[in-house]
Ligand binder design. Structure first.
Ligand SMILES: *Cc1c(COP(=O)(O)O)cnc(C)c1O
Length: 228
């Protein structure tokens, strides 16, 4: 893709985000999802002021690690197997996809071995699609209370992947539910939890997400074009 096209797409996403959040919420941070794209395609994002990139596979992070680390902050946004934590713990700034206690325990263990505290988001499944990852909304508070005790983790908020749907009303309801859950958990003020980030919204629905108070959106194909 030509640089001008990339630049235009990024500007469009930014302009949409600014208008969608409409003054009610701060404009969410844009995470450019770079999965499947080679380093040559990703590098120009730097000139456009993109700081944060999202990848969903540990193997791909490992392959592109030197390049990505040198130029960006890496977010892990995809499903994470416990036995892969050790490969990426030094590379990523935030794990968005913490969805079970066994994974929390492994992140905690690896973080302590690497003498760091790993920032994480708890993935929630607002539509009850647990096969996509994410715990049911009612499971989050008890989970927070347990995981907050782990010294190698810092829980910084929530993440959700919405179902594929063109029904705006249905999706709006789910985004609104996520924002309510986020605020309710924030008011619980669980000790050791900083409930500050709400990662939701992808290329198809980032406008709705921004309208409902996402603090981070994860946008791939609206920037790079459809995946092959
Ligand atoms: C791929 C992916 C995205 C970005 O998807 P697009 O539709 O290309 O914007 C966002 N979040 C997660 C978890 C993903 O795997």
């Amino acid at each position: 893709m030509e640089f001008v096209d990339l630049s235009q797409r990024v500007e469009t996403v930014r302009a949409n985000l600014a208008s969608a959040s409409g003054g009610k919420y701060p404009v969410p941070k844009l995470i450019a999802v770079t999965k499947t794209h080679p380093v040559e395609a990703i590098l120009p994002l730097q000139k456009l002021g993109i700081v944060d990139v999202g990848e969903n596979r540990t193997q791909e992070i490992v392959e592109k690690r030197e390049f990505l680390k040198e130029n960006f902050q890496i977010h892990l946004i995809g499903r994470l197997q416990s036995n892969k934590v050790k490969y990426i713990i030094e590379d990523v700034c935030l794990i968005h996809s913490l969805d079970r206690m066994s994974l929390a325990e492994e992140i905690n263990r690896q973080a302590q071995m690497h003498e760091k505290v790993m920032p994480v988001l708890v993935q929630v499944s607002p539509a009850g699609e647990e096969q996509k990852g994410g715990m049911p909304p009612e499971a989050v508070l008890p989970f927070l209370r347990e995981a907050a005790k782990m010294p190698g983790l810092q829980i910084r908020g929530l993440m959700a992947v919405m179902p594929l749907s063109h029904d705006e009303q249905y999706l709006s309801g789910l985004f609104a539910d996520m924002r309510i859950l986020f605020e309710r958990l924030r008011s619980e003020a669980v000790q050791g939890v900083a409930m500050e980030e709400l990662s939701m919204g992808m290329s198809g629905d980032y406008l709705l997400a921004a309208r409902h108070g996402a603090t981070m959106v994860r946008v791939g194909s609206a920037i790079f074009g459809p995946r092959a």
